[in-house]
Design a protein around this ligand. Structure first.
Ligand code: FAD
Ligand code: NAG
Ligand code: NAG
Ligand code: NAG
Ligand code: NAG
Ligand code: NAG
Ligand code: NAG
Ligand code: NAG
Ligand code: NAG
Length: 495
């Protein structure tokens, strides 16, 4: 079934490149049918699904194109087949903002304020009524390269430093609403984050920011704007006042419910874009040719398009990019590598988490590529979180898996338990994670050019997702509400 579709897709791609669009339009009848919608949403992750739901609420007809067999993107929940226990290997927490409680509330999906209930004391067993993410353990700092213990420098003033961090970044509050930056762009924003920390004496806050801001690769050298969007004032607050999470640790549920609301006939799963023509169609609408699991080839005709996938050129094959789009998207020169999953058959003490650290690196940050930590989930016997980070996405999944196994073996030897072959319960690549441009590009107004794409092609094209804001569901949903939706709806009202 899969290979059959892949072949069909390949055939069409060849057809589309060999022939031209007017021919394909004439030959409409060759594939199953044409879907006419107000808005085509490409990408069914956090931003695309939320945008689609909001558009349905505004009485727009939509279709969502998603390459995976499920909605949710980086939100991915593992269910233990024996016990039904749930573990989120992707998105876990939300900031307590109205846009979050509204979205969950709309679908009756229950949220838990993580500060409102007592967590287990570290060293005590997990409370299995609570989400796996709330399992508290005893922390050990270990160098995963050789299993040696690392004594981290103690930072007595973390709370004070985090409060000062919040104060310092408050002058850049606008970064929490998108990329509408002043001209000229303040130097702090494209300074490497390590230098920013030094400048404002935020040393004591760094380890907390590093730990919460996973997936950022070598955070000390990442331009500050990326870090202070990802770990922001709302996090400083939520660390004390409580993050929200799904009450049973089933964060994917919101995407199931949203998919039902959008209606299965408007959600094309295991689907990919083959060719796009937005500029010169007889219908006057954008035409997107899609190969789809359930229905084969479909021609989508939409008045407007929302691009909600990582806009890397390699992910936009078949698109009729404008010179402006091409120029902007080709500036994404870097992204991080980030893989997550769960392993079993480790056999180590499940009240202890080993955090990867290095004795001689600044802030004792681990040497990447590496596991951030080897931590038991607590709610499933001998199951362990895997969160693996690299400064670029070039390792293959197989390389990451064998690297993880070697690091686990090193830890097993260091604590004196038998060396085993860890068994993968689930594994997901999140790459390319966090598309970035060079600091010079930020300085030279890259984000002004990026924003200028919104409403392009005569009010047809719109964009959302992490590259247009940040990797944070809470902030992306607010961006959709504050920035994207008014543009789309305002744009169509003028038409
Ligand atoms: C491990 C991990 C943990 C995280 N934890 C949190 C957290 O606790 N709280 C939080 O707020 N944020 C968290 N984030 C960040 C958050 O998930 C992302 O910011 C958010 O998912 C980005 O939304 P998006 O819509 O841009 O991308 P995605 O959610 O990745 O959505 C993009 C979708 O497009 C699809 N797609 C990609 N390319 C194509 C294509 N060519 N054709 C069709 N479909 C395509 C993908 O399959 C995906 O479903 C976490 C991220 C990771 C990786
Ligand atoms: C595209 O199709 C039109 C109409 O059939 C034809 O005139 C034109 O030559 C074709 N262009 C290419 C590049 O094949
Ligand atoms: C959508 O349509 C319904 C039913 O026609 C109407 O009651 C509602 O006001 C409309 N909503 C918007 C946002 O236009
Ligand atoms: C969460 O609970 C904490 C502790 O009870 C409380 O201080 C905080 O206000 C709560 N947050 C929300 C959003 O209700
Ligand atoms: C376990 O968690 C549930 C849900 O948060 C809570 O009601 C209960 O009191 C907890 N049990 C213990 C022993 O803390
Ligand atoms: C830097 O901050 C620490 C607390 O985090 C404080 O002890 C120290 O005095 C500060 N140094 C300067 C130069 O302000
Ligand atoms: C998690 O949510 C999904 C979607 O609502 C549901 O099908 C599934 O049964 C839930 N899992 C558990 C264990 O409750
Ligand atoms: C659209 O394409 C046709 C066929 O290639 C061409 O003749 C026509 O000039 C194009 N129109 C526009 C507005 O580009
Ligand atoms: C696990 O580690 C804890 C903390 O060091 C210790 O108290 C406990 O005895 C250990 N359990 C086993 C089974 O070794």
């Amino acid at each position: 079934m899969r290979s059959h579709l892949a072949l069909a897709g390949l055939g069409l791609a060849l057809l589309a490149s060999a022939k031209n669009w007017s021919i394909i339009e004439i030959n409409d009848g060759q594939w199953s049918d044409v879907l006419e919608r107000d808005v085509c949403v490409i990408g069914g992750g956090a931003s695309g699904v939320h945008a689609a739901v909001s558009l349905v609420d505004a009485n727009k007809t939509v279709v969502v194109v998603e390459r995976n067999n499920r909605l949710g993107g980086h939100t991915h929940t593992y269910t233990d087949p024996e016990t039904g226990a749930l573990v989120d290997i992707g998105v876990v927490v939300y900031q307590p903002k109205p846009v979050v409680t509204d979205f969950f509330g709309k679908f009756g999906v229950p949220l838990l304020n993580m500060s409102s209930v007592p967590w287990n004391v570290p060293g005590q067993p997990a409370n299995k009524s609570q989400p796996a993410a709330m399992y508290n353990t005893i922390r050990r700092d270990t160098d995963f390269r050789d299993g040696s213990e690392v004594v981290r420098e103690q930072q007595p003033d973390v709370v004070e430093a985090l409060a000062r961090f919040r104060q310092v970044v408050s002058q850049y509050d606008y970064v929490l609403h998108g990329y509408d930056l002043p001209d000229p762009v303040p130097e702090d924003l494209y300074t490497p984050f390590g230098a920013f920390v030094d400048k404002y004496n935020l040393t004591a806050a760094f380890s907390t920011i590093y730990q919460v801001g996973q997936g950022m690769g070598d955070m000390l050298h990442v331009p500050t704007i990326y870090v202070i969007k990802y770990f922001n004032a709302g996090d400083e607050q939520a660390l004390y006042e409580g993050y929200l999470t799904h009450v049973h640790g089933n964060n994917s549920e919101i995407y199931y419910k949203a998919g039902e609301y959008i209606k299965p006939s408007n959600v094309l799963l295991e689907s990919s874009v083959i060719s796009v023509n937005r500029k010169n169609t007889t219908s006057g609408r954008a035409e997107i040719l899609v190969s789809s699991r359930d229905t084969g080839l479909k021609l989508l005709q939409c008045s407007q398009v929302v691009l909600a996938i990582p806009p890397h050129l390699s992910n936009l094959r078949g698109w009729d990019l404008t010179p402006e789009e091409h120029a902007v998207f080709s500036e994404y020169i870097t992204s991080n590598g980030y893989w997550t999953g769960l392993v079993k058959n480790v056999g180590m003490n499940q009240t202890v988490s080993h955090y990867n650290a290095a004795a001689t690196s600044p802030y004792n940050i681990p040497v990447l590529p590496a596991l951030y930590a080897l931590a038991p989930v607590g709610t499933i016997e001998d199951a362990w979180w895997i969160k693996f980070s690299a400064n670029n996405p070039t390792l293959t999944d197989a390389q990451v898996q064998s690297y993880v196994a070697r690091q686990i073996n090193t830890l097993q030897k260091s604590v004196g338990v038998p060396v085993t072959e860890p068994e993968w319960l689930i594994f997901q690549s999140h790459n390319p994670f966090h598309l970035q441009v060079a600091p010079e590009a930020i300085k030279d107004g890259f984000y002004k050019k990026l924003n200028a794409l919104q409403g392009g092609l005569g009010g047809k094209m719109f964009y959302t997702g992490a590259a247009f804001h940040t990797h944070y569901s809470t902030l992306l949903w607010r961006f959709n509400k504050e920035v994207l939706l008014p543009k789309i709806l305002g744009g169509s009202a003028r038409r």
